[in-house]
Design a protein around this ligand. Structure first.
Ligand code: BG6
Length: 513
């Protein structure tokens, strides 16, 4: 008897998600709370969880930063943070859980006052314990902030505030290998690894989580998921936006640190890792780190052969003229920082030996799309005459992360008519069609997981370390000579021409999404 006979319901889409778990009581202390992230992402995500009844009754947010807000002024400031905050009654109810403590964490007196305020808010909201600290400050303040939390005795349970302690740290986790290690040393001196939640919001996207489900919950794809059937893989994260007022951050970071070290490497590990033995956080993260350790390191002198960087010049995006990167606010007119990067990596293991992985990401490109495109090897024998019917294409399987959330498979089909001609057509799955909804925002899922103590979707220290090690030869080469491997591209295009050559010289080309 086939599987269908045993369990027919296994083949149908479940409309009802299993009952969700509400986390235990907790107080979330957000440092840097007057910033954009709290207003645009964190609080809207928490409000979304509240409306879905996924927050515990005993829950509060205590925002901390230097801006002198009162609790009410903080609530007003957050209210218009997202279009979700339309329902006034439920927002007002939710907002009773939002509090604010002005203060500079560098000042010992402010830290003492913070400790007292934490206790007062916890008492007010009936929160018996459990603190989560969210570091949403500028990266240079991560280490001093975490040290200060430790010195203030807030990182360990006390008699009046028992329970768990966790810290959530926004990316970038470090600026290079040495600074990442130094930060990690400071963090681990205050919080053991199992209490550290490093945010990579790509991992909270449902379409990214679906990569593992697609690979390991279906029997038909995994047997093809290797060097015998796959020609190469392209990972693209293209954005139409520029640096959006974050010129000062970008001048320090560049797109390799901002996107490749975290988001693209995470996509790479999801698509290429071996099946974990269970979904336990460390089983999944063990496989990811194993995969990243199998990526063949690139020697500094070979970086120019496998990587092209770019910077956008003035151009047109969606019909409107936009300035070049060098004309953006807080950007040097001579800047040599990259807003685009493409690289070719290989993975030295039995599954992937010889299969190139091409990664590219950039700002002010011709479209907004994040996708993983898997190109299969061509059919071994061309039965259909390409001279009569045009070029045959090989199969592409595209995992579309955004904006069109779904998966499609491109294959050849016979065109109607007397002669046998083949044309590419597509099988398509989209979240919206299949489930009637678009997927949820990533931050909500990640905040919920942190409250539940589930670290599966948070990069572990060893993964962060290996990803910086892999980039070290690139960063060191550009530090020595900042203009190296850098080419300009007009805004609104697919990046510098030189990046095409990475594939072209191997008889391949970038997929135009
Ligand atoms: C952030 C980067 O991590 O991700 C931004 O710092 C980038 O520069 C953003 O724009 C992209 O995220 P998303 O979810 O819009 O693809």
């Amino acid at each position: 008897m086939g599987d269908e006979g045993k369990n027919p319901s296994a083949l149908t889409v479940r409309r009802q998600a299993p009952a969700s778990v509400v986390p235990p009581p907790c107080l979330l202390v957000i440092f840097g709370a007057s910033g954009d992230l709290t207003k645009r992402k964190l609080v809207p995500a928490l409000y979304g969880l509240y409306r879905e009844k996924l927050l515990p009754e005993a829950f509060a947010v205590l925002g901390v930063s230097r801006t002198p807000f009162s609790d009410d002024a903080f609530r007003d400031h957050l209210r218009d943070g997202s279009p979700e905050t339309v329902d006034r009654a439920s927002w007002d109810d939710f907002a009773e859980r939002l509090f604010y403590q002005p203060g500079d964490i560098g000042d010992p007196q402010a830290t003492r006052a913070l400790g007292e305020r934490i206790r007062a808010v916890a008492k007010d909201r009936g929160i018996p314990g459990n603190l989560i600290f969210y570091a949403s400050v500028a990266p240079k303040f991560y280490a001093p902030l975490i040290r200060r939390i430790g010195e203030a005795g807030l990182s360990v349970p006390s008699e009046d505030l028992p329970g768990t302690r966790r810290v959530i740290i926004e990316k970038p986790f470090g600026h290079d290998l040495a600074s990442a290690r130094e930060l990690s040393r400071v963090v681990s001196g205050v919080f053991p690894e199992d209490q550290v939640y490093r945010i990579d919001h790509y991992l909270g996207k449902e379409t990214v989580q679906n990569i593992l489900v697609f690979r390991f919950a279906n029997g038909i794809f995994e047997p093809l998921w290797n060097r015998n059937f796959i020609d190469h893989v392209q990972i693209t994260v293209a954005e139409e936006i520029g640096v959006e007022g974050r010129g000062d951050y970008f001048e320090e970071a560049g797109v390799v640190r901002d996107m490749i070290q975290n988001h693209l490497f995470q996509l790479l590990s999801n698509v290429a890792m071996e099946p974990p033995i269970s979904l336990a956080a460390d089983d999944v993260r063990d496989e990811k780190v194993k995969l990243m350790r199998s990526v063949e390191p690139v020697k500094e002198e070979n970086v120019g052969e496998v990587c092209v960087r770019g910077q956008y010049a003035a151009g047109n995006v969606r019909g409107g003229a936009v300035p070049g990167y060098r004309a953006e606010k807080s950007v040097s007119p001579q800047s040599l920082v990259e807003t685009y990067a493409a690289m070719r990596l290989t993975i030295d293991n039995w599954r992937w030996g010889g299969v190139p992985f091409y990664l590219r990401t950039g700002k002010r490109l011709a479209g907004r799309v994040s996708e993983i495109a898997i190109k299969f090897r061509p059919a071994p024998f061309l039965l259909f005459d390409s001279s009569v019917c045009g070029q045959l294409v090989s199969n592409y399987l595209v995992l579309n992360i955004q904006p069109q959330e779904g998966i499609f498979l491109k294959f050849g089909a016979k065109t109607p008519g007397p002669s046998i001609c083949v044309e590419p057509v597509e099988f398509q799955f989209t979240y919206e069609q299949a489930f009637g909804v678009k997927s949820r925002p990533a931050y909500g899922r990640l905040l919920l997981d942190a409250m539940l103590g589930d670290a599966t979707l948070f990069p572990r220290n060893d993964t962060v370390d290996i990803s910086w090690s892999l980039l070290e030869p690139f960063l060191s080469r550009w530090k020595e000579n900042p203009g190296r491997d850098l080419f300009f591209y007009p805004a609104g295009t697919w990046g510098p021409r030189e990046a095409d050559n990475l594939l072209f010289r191997e008889g391949r080309q970038w997929r135009e999404p």
